[in-house]
Design a protein around this ligand. Structure first.
Ligand SMILES: Cc1cc2nc3c(=O)[nH]c(=O)nc-3n(C[C@H](O)[C@H](O)[C@H](O)COP(=O)(O)O)c2cc1C
Length: 204
């Protein structure tokens, strides 16, 4: 009888430990929403719109990156400031603090293309936080010129993370007075594209 009970105990513990090991990992199947963080930088809400679509599909915590000292309202002044920051390697300090970053397994990072590069605030984020062992999934909006070197820079700044295939789509063009481009019909199209991409990554 004692042997039988002991055997039963072993069986139950084996089953429960298998369950913990079977928690899905990114790139293989859907993940627990509380393990997903979606961090984005957005000036005119295009990238924010994509971030919200992603959250609607996979859940997770949505965090907007804010700076201690915001960029100027003026587009040209912002472009000039970004050029200088890229030249000097200046990393703008972030007002946004994420205290519990270690609890997330998957970090989506969203940003617009700025000067065909990764915007300096996203560099600040990637350099400030230890993302070792996490799955990083980039997404981007731009004015039609593409991602430039931004996704490559994400990979360089996350050498110890698994960086999955990113998503990019056309957004606004502040230079031409088009602020939010992802709205109405375009928002519906973007949602379809995001769903396809997430399915490909086995995130949904
Ligand atoms: C400072 C700055 C630089 C930009 N540089 C580029 C660029 O190099 N290529 C591009 O296609 N769009 C560029 N854009 C346009 C944005 O990438 C585009 O409008 C994007 O959708 C904005 O996203 P957001 O609304 O989330 O801020 C730039 C915009 C700003 C403000």
């Amino acid at each position: 009888m004692t042997h039988l009970l002991f055997a039963l105990f072993l069986l139950i513990s084996a089953c429960s430990s298998t369950q913990t090991k079977d928690i899905p990992v990114a790139g293989e199947s859907a993940l627990a929403p509380d393990k997903i963080l979606i961090v984005y930088l957005s000036r005119t809400n295009n990238t924010k719109t994509i971030a919200e679509i992603i959250q609607k599909q996979v859940g997770g915590t949505l965090v907007a990156l804010e700076l201690e000292k915001p960029y100027p309202e003026n587009y040209r002044a912002t472009v000039d400031q970004v050029v200088k920051e890229n030249e000097t390697g200046f990393l703008p300090p972030l007002k946004t603090k994420i205290a519990d970053i270690q609890t997330y397994d998957v970090v989506f990072i969203g940003f617009p293309t700025w000067g065909m590069k990764l915007p300096p605030p996203m560099k600040s984020f990637l350099k400030h936080y230890n993302l070792k062992g996490k799955t990083i999934i980039p997404f981007n909006t731009n004015a039609g010129y593409g991602i430039g070197s931004s996704f490559e820079t994400v990979k360089k700044l996350c050498p110890d993370s698994k960086v999955l295939e990113g998503f990019t789509t056309g957004g606004g063009s502040e230079r031409d007075g088009i602020y939010l481009g992802i709205k109405d019909e375009k928002a519906g199209e973007a949602e379809t594209q995001v769903k396809e991409w997430l399915q490909k990554l086995k995130m949904r």
